[in-house]
Design a binder for this molecule. Structure first.
Ligand code: ATP
Ligand code: MG
Length: 352
């Protein structure tokens, strides 16, 4: 798959961030298990080190911040990360979010039925709305909007560790659909309201009805909130979406597809992070045949990455001898994201 890039020259992470001094909302995406969480943590750690009050938010249904930091960050509340001043973490509890979202929708529906004089039990409607398979994602999206609008005021930087590609993609896709849905809802609500006062033919009367209508007020406030978030998400001074890949076929394909899609939604691309790279120095000195073979295979994929995504590659992360756990390891990842370069980059054959 060919991804056309507008960028010509490679801009590494440190340069990229210095070009974007107002950057506030960062996202990491990519295939499952490629290193989205460690990359998000590495970025967040860097900002916190610079003295910026930084919040790392996990929107994953299955959290990993607690195990990554080796600290209890559960409970759905913002907690300070021990050993990293200025760094805070939040594992969003999907259960709580869904419950609150459900309660909200129930309240809206009941109010509406009351207002419309429909003597009906709202429960069946609520059940239909909240058992919809997309409901969890809508609830998560709603929570992300909350974080952007609320914590965005209090923190200098917010880094979102989003779930594997499907979820993150839908999260982005939802923002467009959500906006369209709101517009349609508001239009049809207006129509319904003008029918209600049709006999009067008076515009002021319609406006009066619109003001009194609780559903309309709700829709308008949702639209206002959504517009604010959309303006943030589409602002390339404020927001950047990073794609994490491994030097392997499938994760590269996912990143390419992802980039295309994100471009389609006009969401600003931060760049690509290549993780788990085997250095040449290790491959050449090891007697382990598996690693030597992996290294050879890696050269082909690295050439593909440089050829197709080169200018977007901001960071390279080497493979470490063990799992990334604890603040010290995160500090190391963070440092590598801003300085480490593979020792074989010049030798790659980049046929086009
Ligand atoms: N460069 C590396 N060297 C060694 N281990 C790594 C490296 N990068 C990631 N890991 C390990 O691989 C696992 C997956 O990393 P991480 O959790 O960041 O991926 P993810 O993309 O967030 O996964 P998921 O899709 O499950 O959320 C972790 O156990 C992490 O410690
Ligand atoms: Mg993760």
């Amino acid at each position: 798959m060919v991804v056309k890039l507008e960028e010509k020259e490679k801009v590494v992470m440190s340069e990229f961030l210095s070009q974007k001094p107002k950057l506030k909302f960062l996202f990491t995406g990519g295939k499952g298990g490629v290193g989205k969480t460690i990359s998000a943590a590495g970025l967040a750690y860097r900002f916190s080190k610079e003295g910026k009050k930084t919040l790392l938010v996990s929107l994953n249904p299955v959290h990993s911040l607690s195990s990554l930091f080796g600290q209890d960050l559960t409970g759905g509340m913002i907690k300070q990360v021990k050993g990293a001043p200025n760094l805070y973490a939040l594992e969003v509890e999907i259960g709580d979010v869904v419950e609150r979202y459900k309660a909200n929708i129930s309240r809206r529906l009941s109010e509406f039925l009351k207002w419309a004089d429909i003597p009906m039990d709202p429960k069946p409607f609520i059940d239909i709305a909240t058992t919809n398979p997309a409901f969890q994602e809508s609830a998560m999206f709603d929570k992300m909007m909350d974080v952007i609008l609320e914590q965005g005021q209090e923190y200098d930087v917010v880094v979102f560790d989003t779930a594997a590609v499907a979820n993150a993609a839908r999260l982005i896709g939802l923002s467009k659909i959500y906006g369209l849905w709101l517009e349609r809802m508001i239009e049809s609500r207006k129509e319904a309201l003008s029918l209600r006062v049709k006999l009067s033919f008076r515009k002021e009367k319609v406006m009066e009805e619109i003001k009194k209508d609780p559903m309309m007020a709700d829709l308008l406030s949702m639209q206002d909130r959504f517009t604010k978030v959309k303006n943030v998400l589409l602002n390339d001074e404020l927001t950047a979406f990073f794609f994490v890949t491994l030097p392997l076929s499938l994760p590269i394909a996912v990143v390419k597809r992802f980039i295309k899609m994100v471009r389609g939604f006009d969401i600003p691309i931060g760049g690509v992070i290549v993780n788990q790279i085997i250095p040449k120095s290790i491959a050449e000195t090891t007697t382990n045949e598996y690693i030597r073979n992996k290294y050879k295979e890696q050269l082909g994929y690295m050439a593909e990455i440089e050829r197709d995504l080169g200018p977007l590659v901001r960071s390279y992360i080497p493979v470490y001898p063990g799992e990334v756990i604890g603040v010290e390891m995160i500090a190391k990842v963070s440092e590598d994201m801003f300085s480490w370069i593979p020792d074989f980059l010049d030798e790659l054959k980049l046929e086009s």
